[in-house]
Write a protein that binds this ligand. Structure first.
Ligand code: TXA
Ligand code: MG
Length: 357
């Protein structure tokens, strides 16, 4: 299959290109498109055959549920069966504060959504993305769009059209190219089906922000419970995910200076035995790591700018793979806010191989 790539103006997407993509979706095909978090691989969520093509193209196990995307808050009824005004005030407050944006709410699934979309679960993740291309595509299609990240299963998430092409070229008919994704890591997933909200995946909106809006503490699933594979609570939250091709070694610790000392020593040791070491690091550390012997250092922006790190993390891992490094070294992100999501992605990308400092 030939994969076409259509370049779009990310702020004012060309209506002809959107119409072309919407026609493919309505014909039961899959289309890759940019969202503010990562690129998604979409199909009409009410079409079971089209959704099956998503799983086939990605090599994704059928046990891993998809998120359904809407363009308008009233469209939630098409996904859950319940009109928006019937939801609890706290849920409406979340949706009205953070949609469109990188928040996914897990809600009871409506009958119009085939069980295959949600791995048979009685719940469904819903999100209204804020990328103009995603919103225009959903609106033009006139249906909710099921979409996982547009990478091969288990690989690093795609934040450019080229990343999608590298993974899925020849397997899907069309990629809408809206440039690099402005957030760069996936949505925050909050399960609001129980009495208390539960954070299923940290992401683009810090959980502390959600707590401020809700006025209650949000339970975090402990990383170890997620790693052990809690059956229904956190499907798809595999320990090995987002992985680059080269082995990734993540250094974690509360004392930044001690962590950097270990990183430098590790790079020196590996370079001395001939390894092609790649590293991800804030700009302030890049020169030091090059001096230690790192062959390639991808800069994540200033250390204090976690949003910049989120924007560059996945692209950085892919760039190091492309550069052919034999190992990737990175110091994790201590603290709160976006750091929680960055730590989560690094731990999974490393398959749980964490060096504690
Ligand atoms: O930012 C994002 O959320 C991106 C863009 C494309 O919107 N999408 C994304 O989808 O990250 P994906 O398939 O890579 O991750 C979906 C994950 C599943 O692996 C699962 O952990 C969780 O969302 N999930 C989805 N539906 C769920 C449900 N009903 N219950 C619990 N977890 C669910
Ligand atoms: Mg994914």
């Amino acid at each position: 299959m030939q994969t076409d790539v259509l370049k779009l103006d990310p702020e004012h997407p060309q209506p002809e290109s959107i119409a072309q993509a919407a026609a493919l979706l309505r014909a039961g095909e899959v289309v890759a498109f940019p969202t503010e978090t990562v690129y998604g691989l979409g199909a009409i969520a009410t079409n079971a055959d089209a959704v099956a093509r998503i799983f086939a193209a990605k090599g994704r196990p059928s046990t891993d549920p998809l998120i359904v995307h809407i363009a308008d808050i009233e469209q939630i009824e098409a996904v859950t069966g319940d009109p928006w005004f019937t939801y609890a005030p706290a849920i409406r407050h979340l949706g009205e504060t953070y949609w469109p944006g990188p928040l996914t709410l897990v809600l009871p699934r409506g009958r119009a959504i085939p069980p295959g979309v949600t791995a048979g679960l009685a719940t469904v993740g819903v999100r209204m993305p804020r990328h103009p291309v995603a919103l225009a595509l959903i609106a033009a299609t006139g249906a909710p769009i099921a979409a996982p990240s547009a990478n091969t299963f288990g690989h690093t998430s795609p934040t450019t059209a080229q990343h999608v092409l590298d993974d899925l070229g020849g397997r899907i008919p069309l990629i809408l190219d809206g440039g690099p994704c402005p957030v760069g890591i996936e949505s925050t997933i909050l399960d609001v089906t129980g009495d208390d909200p539960v954070l299923l995946r940290p992401g683009g909106i810090p959980v502390e922000d959600l707590e401020l809006v809700l006025g209650v503490a949000i339970r975090r699933l402990p990383p170890r419970a997620i790693a052990a594979g809690l059956p229904a609570a956190a499907p798809g939250m595999l320990l090995s995910h987002y992985a680059p091709r080269a082995p990734l070694v993540v250094f974690e610790g509360r004392q930044p200076e001690a962590v950097w000392e270990r990183v430098v020593a590790d790079i020196q040791r590996r370079a001395a035995i001939g390894a092609q070491v790649g590293a991800l690091a804030p700009v302030e550390r890049a020169a030091e790591l090059r001096a230690a012997g790192a062959a390639v250092v991808v800069e994540l922006g200033p250390a204090a700018d976690l949003a910049a790190a989120a924007r560059t993390l996945f692209a950085g891992l892919r760039a190091l793979d492309d550069a052919g490094v034999s190992v990737i070294i990175v110091a994790s992100f201590p603290g709160e806010g976006l750091a929680l999501a960055l730590r989560d992605r690094l731990r999974r990308a490393a398959g749980g191989q964490i060096e504690k400092v």
